[in-house]
Design a protein around this ligand. Structure first.
Ligand code: ZN
Length: 80
């Protein structure tokens, strides 16, 4: 008896990591990221306009990091 009511703390760790991104070229949400952990890189490809590139990814990099590198490469003219 006399148990203290414990406040229920629901710790929800929701890691929202989108896997499909907006293409910087065609503007469609059809960019997929395939991470290759063994080679520390990621293959990024738009399923709509075929824009694609392989980007180097540091250890533990997330798809969104690969996507950011992909977009950077696109805007700097490395990929077309
Ligand atoms: Zn595209």
């Amino acid at each position: 008896m006399g148990r203290r009511k414990r406040r229920k703390i629901v710790k929800k760790v929701v890691r929202k990591i989108p896997k499909i991104f907006i293409c910087p070229k065609c503007g469609k949400q059809s960019v997929f990221v395939n991470i290759n952990k063994e080679e520390n890189n990621a293959y990024v490809r738009c399923g709509s306009c075929e824009l694609n590139a392989t980007v180097e990814l540091y250890l533990g990099g997330e798809p969104v990091d690969a996507y950011n590198l992909f977009v950077d490469k696109y805007y700097s003219g490395i990929i077309k």
